[in-house]
Design a protein. Structure first.
Length: 84
């Protein structure tokens, strides 16, 4: 199964770049019909993870994917699953 991975550690201080990268990876998954996107906001204070989840809960973004799974072994990672 093909998957995309987005690690936000490198750009965590750049708010506009975070949203740009999230949009890019979501659109790429839809265009290429990829079933899984792994997003790694990291553990930290949880602020970046909240930002990502707010982004994913926007109505126009929510229409793109099927569900979100949190990684039970790693608090700083979750998976966005698509049904194509």
């Amino acid at each position: 199964m093909a998957k995309l991975k987005l690690d936000l550690h490198e750009i965590c201080k750049k708010g506009l770049l975070i949203e740009k990268e999230l949009n890019r990876v979501m659109n790429e998954a839809v265009e290429k019909r990829i079933a899984l996107v792994e997003i790694i906001p990291g553990k930290g204070t949880g602020q970046l993870k909240k930002t990502v989840l707010r982004f994913l809960n926007r109505s126009e973004i929510k229409r793109m994917y099927h569900r979100i799974d949190k990684d039970r072994d790693n608090f700083g990672r979750f998976f966005v699953r698509f049904k194509h």
